[in-house]
Design a protein around this ligand. Structure first.
Ligand code: GLC
Length: 629
């Protein structure tokens, strides 16, 4: 395609959005026409730099807008260094990724970030350079190219709330350049910062208390919501938004398919507010969505909204004016671990009821564990109805999941324990939290079997939900906590390193050795994934509802899609239960390869069943497919 006609495509897409784009931009930036013109010019330039191969992929995805909602989409999240050392190493190990059935690969932050002051890569000092230890930008583009050939989409973080104190803008700000100080929040003294502190909560109350840091060199105070070396960017300055959008598009042009908008709710600050989820944040995200639809429509935005339940869903925007394509199902994740500890599914049912009622266009990313801690952002009003109170409840969850609670098989560690508020969060791998670590230490085959069952059950339940399931690298072989970080001076203060250990390739090799824990888990997951991919009942368009199981300890989920029905039961309890699926006739469990004829289905502690059958259309019309609770 010639450059002229190629640009037509850009201008056509721009024209489709321009009214709204310009309106929102001008409103946010007080009619700054010069900034807007620069912004649009930059979009055109970035489109011009997009490779022919990526533009082709954009068109293919536009023609198939549900490409990421297929039931065979399976994600994995990993640190490049922990998985394979370098980007080239990851390229060499793509067979393993494919062997895991993964076609969506989230690589943890890999851009330049000062060693020892990097927050696991979330303090970026150059958005255009890869950390030298991991490789180069060319290696990244080569990796995304290889992934695309194999049908694997690549996700990368875009850390937009802040830069590292070593970023060029920060260095120039420190040296006194006013234009660069204006890209951050600089104050001559503590008066305004102290005002902010009255309404702004703390993210890292123990590891990095306060939201501001004294910058000796500049002789000023700078806003640092996260670590003191992560300087908050001021998005009220259009130059910041323009340049950061360009940085994002640069990554998209390297072949990144999914942009994870890190710490999204924090990007707009205003005195007298909590500085989270302000309306301007939604305006910025909406603009970024339009930017992607204009420049690189094959790209998805994944919002990292780790907030209380009511704050999460608004980041989908509306069906007409969407913001993020994907959001983490964070409340469901936290409610799941609550259920593991309490063995009581009522809160989870309440949470899922709300998720199931959302429009089908809203796609969640479902996960059990990720690189971060588990924060206890639960619905405490609901818990309160059963007599639970926030602080003691969090203490119980933490006691249970760290193994302090009598009889708990779990092993985890606290994160940012804030005794003042009683607000510790929790770290640990899925396997260790499920009791696999303690079971293996005991050498007791029954205990190992039970822990494995719980681990598989949690994954089966995650695969039963609609959305994209994402495994945390290592979970496929039951990787345990890595206590080695305690001896590393650069890591020991941040317990999230507990679940960021290197992948143990010796153990990964055992996945093909029958009878090993790795083999049972790996192939168990593979079977679940294969069944999920094979049956239309797992389609994103399926109806979902909760089944009443008669037991608080057992979760029941129903799915129905074009003549196929699934009843799934998950026993979170420590005793056996028997469930009675509604309706006459046979059910087949493709996972256990077992047929149930008499209606009664036994569930061992930590066990699950996936009951499938074809249902005739006349039965279909007689059944109420709305939420059945
Ligand atoms: C996100 C990341 C977390 C990081 C923080 C600051 O929450 O997931 O790991 O510490 O942002 O960038």
């Amino acid at each position: 395609m010639k450059t002229g006609s190629r640009m037509n495509e850009f201008y056509e897409r721009l024209a489709r959005h321009e009214d709204e784009l310009k309106w929102l931009y001008m409103e946010l930036y007080h009619g700054d026409a010069q900034a807007y013109d620069y912004f649009v010019g930059m979009l055109a330039r970035m489109y011009g730099e997009r490779s022919a191969a990526l533009r082709k992929l954009d068109r293919a995805r536009l023609a198939d807008p549900d490409w990421y909602r297929r039931r065979d989409v399976l994600g994995m999240l990993m640190y490049v260094s922990a998985f394979a050392g370098t980007l080239r190493g990851v390229r060499r190990k793509l067979d393993y990724v494919a062997d895991c059935g993964v076609n969506y690969l989230h690589l943890m932050p890999l851009l330049e970030s000062p060693v020892g002051r990097s927050d696991g890569g979330y303090a970026v000092s150059d958005f255009r350079t890869v950390q030298p230890a991991l490789g180069t930008m060319k290696d990244l583009a080569a990796l995304t190219g290889d992934c695309h050939k194999r049908g694997i989409a690549v996700c990368l973080d875009f850390v937009m709330n802040h830069t590292s104190e070593e970023h060029e803008w920060a260095r120039r700000a420190r040296a006194g350049e006013k234009a660069y100080q204006d890209r951050y929040f600089f104050y001559d003294d503590w008066e305004i910062p102290n005002e902010f502190e009255k309404t702004v909560p703390q993210v890292f109350p123990t590891t990095a208390p306060g939201n501001f840091t004294w910058c000796e060199e500049a002789g000023k105070v700078v806003m640092t919501t996260f670590y003191p070396y992560q300087w908050d960017l001021n998005y009220a300055n259009p130059v910041v938004f323009n340049d950061m959008t360009e940085n994002m598009l640069y990554l998209c042009n390297q072949g990144v398919d999914v942009i994870r908008l890190d710490a999204t709710p924090y990007i707009w600050k205003q005195l007298g507010t909590p500085c989270r989820n302000l309306p301007q944040v939604h305006t910025l995200v909406r603009i970024m969505r339009m930017v992607c639809e204009i420049v690189c429509p094959g790209t998805l935005l994944l919002g990292e909204i780790v907030m209380e339940p009511s704050k999460v869903v608004p980041y989908f925007g509306t069906v007409e004016k969407p913001e993020c394509h994907l959001l983490y199902n964070v409340t469901t994740m936290a409610s799941t671990w609550h259920t593991v500890a309490t063995k009581d599914t009522r809160l989870l049912r309440h949470q899922l009821e709300q998720v199931f009622a959302l429009p089908g266009e809203y796609t969640f990313l479902n996960y059990l564990r990720c690189h971060d801690d588990i924060g206890w952002g639960l619905d405490y009003d609901f818990i309160g109805r059963y007599g639970g109170q926030e602080v003691p409840h969090k203490k119980f969850l933490n006691d249970y999941l760290t193994g302090k609670w009598e009889g708990s098989p779990a092993r985890g560690e606290l994160y940012n324990d804030d005794p003042r508020l009683g607000d510790a969060r929790l770290c640990g791998t899925t396997a260790s939290l499920c009791g696999l670590e303690t079971a293996r230490r005991s050498g007791d085959a029954d205990r190992i079997g039970r822990a494995l069952r719980s681990d598989l059950m949690l994954h089966a339940y995650m695969f039963t939900l609609s959305g994209i399931p994402v495994l945390y690298s290592g979970d496929e072989i039951g990787q345990e906590n890595d206590y080695g970080y305690h001896d590393d001076p650069l890591k020991r203060d941040d317990s999230r390193w507990l679940h960021r250990g290197d992948l143990d390739w010796k153990k990964a090799a055992l996945r093909d050795e029958p009878g090993t824990v790795e083999n049972r888990l790996f192939h168990g997951l593979r079977r679940l994934e294969t069944i999920r991919a094979a049956h239309r009942v797992f389609d994103g368009t399926a109806d979902l509802w909760l089944e009443d199981t008669g037991f608080d300890g057992v979760l029941g989920i129903g799915r129905y899609c074009r003549g196929e029905k699934l009843l799934a039961y998950f026993n979170f309890d420590s005793c056996e239960h028997t469930v009675l699926p509604a309706g006459q006739g046979e059910w087949y469990d493709p996972f256990a390869e077992r047929t149930y004829r008499d209606g009664a289905v036994p569930l061992s502690p930590g066990g699950f069943v996936w009951l499938l059958r074809e249902e005739k259309p006349e039965e279909e019309s007689g059944t109420n497919r709305a939420l059945q609770v």
